[in-house]
Design a binder for this molecule. Structure first.
Ligand code: GUN
Ligand code: ZN
Length: 443
């Protein structure tokens, strides 16, 4: 699908009005509630965008100097938010035959080593950011590699497209191959330089990025915690309790910690801006610690299935008041499509004897993750004043999905069929800050 270089992309201030079926959320849908009052569905309405922001929604066609985009009969939603994904891992997506620790050593670490090359980092970041937009993701929390240049490349690619993006150079100073290890001093200097240049610039934020506990020395974890403690606006991203062999390894490496999560808590890495991927093998005390801290779990169902990691207990997390967002975790995950991620999330919950509503899934990929990231005044809904990160979708593209839509009864049934059957082929347009950044040919 082509990128768009249209008249719209040169003028963020041009007022634009998009017509279609507007769907967003005003609150958190209750678990299992298919008739949730938190769903805001405004069929055949106009979304008004001025200066890159949402400035209103109305049923009547606006009068005056609006550039009108008539998408009658299509679904219009806030751009999706992917809260955990690896830029350099497009080269290893769909790699055969391993669980987490072997997968890292066999495929992932060698691929990431190549990002020391600025040209590789630049090309990888460009491909990655375009692929996000082509899947309807307008905001993301992203792992670069240990090389500073990879974070620079990613920030630059996002900045050029006006995107909300959170990333950082990966911290890993042990149990990693040559070319991928940093050291505490060099890593600290790298982080500080990147924070100075990028954190709070345009729509970009820095995340202190600990790969996972086994690949950082206690000294490096302490350094990362000190960075977070010095600036509460910094994010922190890492992995936790993904795989049983990994959990055993952490037990051996950090015998003083009560649990894997506790390794991070002891190092001041568990706070309201922490994004922890997976969290499959956690207990009630961990869930209570997550809830107290305000940290979120980035649930990554396609990765968990593909790497055979386990079934995340979303219901238990939710019952304990833990924020849960949705993530692709490519390249452990098998698709950058948030819709496919939601479909896989439903199946993981089904395996665990639970039922995930379309509302709960769509909320987690929009307003829910925006709130968990403390960014709901910027992204995640169509409230007036939010940045106009918007995607236009076909409800159905192929004959089977079209037939399913024809016989769907009620809004939840329709939204659930869409969430289960759609993918990037359904995407008609992606707008970022009121600028058309991706469009299907002929749309
Ligand atoms: N744990 C440490 N690094 C990684 C990674 O790159 N992907 C996943 N899924 N888990 C990890
Ligand atoms: Zn990951």
């Amino acid at each position: 699908m082509p990128s768009v270089q249209s008249e719209d992309s040169s003028n963020a201030a041009a007022p634009v009005a998009l017509r279609g079926d507007l769907l967003d959320f005003t609150g958190t849908p209750d678990w299992g509630d298919v008739d949730s009052p938190a769903v805001r569905f405004r069929p055949d309405h106009w979304l008004l965008i001025k200066g890159g922001r949402v400035c209103g929604v109305q049923a009547e066609q606006p009068q005056g100097s609006w550039k009108l985009h008539d998408h009658r009969g299509r679904l219009i939603m806030p751009g999706f938010i992917d809260t955990h994904v690896h830029m350099p891992q497009l080269d290893v997506i769909a790699s055969y035959g391993t669980e987490l620790l072997d997968w890292l050593n066999t495929y992932t670490f060698p691929a990431e080593t190549r990002f020391a090359d600025p040209a590789r980092s630049h090309a990888g970041a460009e491909l990655f950011v375009e692929a996000l937009l082509a899947n309807g993701t307008t905001s993301a929390v992203v792992f670069a590699t240990t090389h500073k240049v990879s974070a620079d490349a990613l920030f630059t690619a996002a900045q050029q497209r006006g995107m909300r993006l959170i990333t950082g150079k990966v911290l890993q100073d042990r149990h990693s191959p040559d070319g991928l290890r940093d050291d505490v001093l060099q890593a600290e200097r790298g982080c500080i330089d990147l924070i100075d240049r990028w954190h709070g610039t345009d729509r970009l934020s820095y995340a202190v990025t600990v790969r996972f506990a086994p690949t950082s020395t206690p000294e490096q974890l302490a350094m990362a915690g000190a960075l977070c403690a010095a600036d509460a606006t910094l994010y922190m991203q890492t992995h936790v309790a993904e795989n049983r062999a990994e959990v055993e390894w952490v037990k051996q490496l950090f015998p003083e910690a009560r649990s894997y999560l506790d390794v991070y808590a002891r190092n001041r890495l568990l706070h309201a801006r922490s994004v922890l991927a997976h969290g499959i093998w956690i207990d009630d005390a961990d869930r209570a610690a997550l809830q107290r801290s305000g940290a979120q779990i980035a649930h990554s169902p396609s990765s968990n299935l593909f790497l055979g990691s386990g079934l995340f207990d979303w219901r238990a997390a939710s019952g304990a008041g833990v924020a849960v967002s949705l993530a692709s975790d490519v390249g452990g995950g098998t698709s950058l499509s948030p819709i496919k991620t939601m479909g896989d999330a439903y199946k993981v919950q089904a395996m665990a004897g639970q039922r995930l509503t379309a509302w709960r899934a769509l909320h987690a990929a929009t307003l829910g993750s925006a709130q968990a990231l403390q960014l709901d005044d910027e992204i995640g809904s169509f409230e007036t004043g939010r940045m106009a990160d918007v995607c236009v979708w076909d409800w159905a593209v192929d004959p089977v999905a079209k037939r399913r839509m024809e016989v769907a009864r009620g809004l939840h049934e329709r939204a659930f069929a869409w969430m289960t059957l759609a993918d990037d082929r359904n995407l008609v347009q992606t707008w970022v800050a009121g600028v058309l950044r991706h469009g299907r040919a002929g749309a």
